[in-house]
Every structure is written in structure tokens, then in C-alpha cells.
Write a protein of this length. Structure first.
Length: 93
């Protein structure tokens, strides 16, 4: 299964996102590179075995699109292994 979740921050726009990919990319590095090319710094990455859902349940059907799960102005909050963007959280394992 190629389910990936990335939290990223764009310093120039002071903007954070959590995005999921379930079928749009074959590798986590391809997904990460796309965000870096768009001006984001990667804060956290993981495949389906590296994070729990928190209050952002995984997408159940594969798609060739990336899914924006949370967005907010400012940096993401990291408290231990828990990452939060706009009151949406998940935990890295």
C-alpha cells in the first residue's frame, strides 16, 4: 500500500498543511519532492505504518489525487510525536 502523510510549512507564505497521498505517488520521496518544489519545508513524513490517524482518518479508496487534510496560517505545532495543524492532529509512531 502506498499511503503517505506529510506535514509541511511554507515560510514565505507562513502557511502549514497536512496532505495525504493514497495512490498519487509511488514513493514518499516523490511526494516530498513535489512539495519542496512548491516552496514547502517538510516537517514530518510517514507511510501508513509510521503514523496513527489521530482525528484525521485515512482515505479508504485509492486516488491519483493528493488530499489536503488540514491547512492553517503559521507553523504546525509539534508536541512530542503529535503534530497539529488547525486543530487536526495525528501522532508519529
Amino acid at each position: 500500500m502506498n499511503y503517505f502523510r506529510i506535514t509541511a510549512y511554507n515560510k514565505e507564505q507562513n502557511y502549514s498543511i497536512i496532505m495525504d497521498s493514497y495512490g498519487a505517488y509511488d514513493s514518499l520521496s516523490d511526494f516530498s519532492c513535489m512539495l519542496v518544489e512548491k516552496g514547502f519545508s517538510i516537517i514530518a513524513v510517514g507511510n501508513q505504518n509510521k503514523f496513527n490517524d489521530g482525528d484525521i482518518p485515512k482515505v479508504t479508496e485509492q486516488t491519483n489525487k493528493i488530499i489536503l487534510r488540514a491547512e492553517s496560517y503559521g507553523q504546525p505545532t509539534k508536541n512530542g510525536n503529535t503534530i497539529t495543524v488547525d486543530k487536526k492532529s495525528y501522532t508519529l509512531l
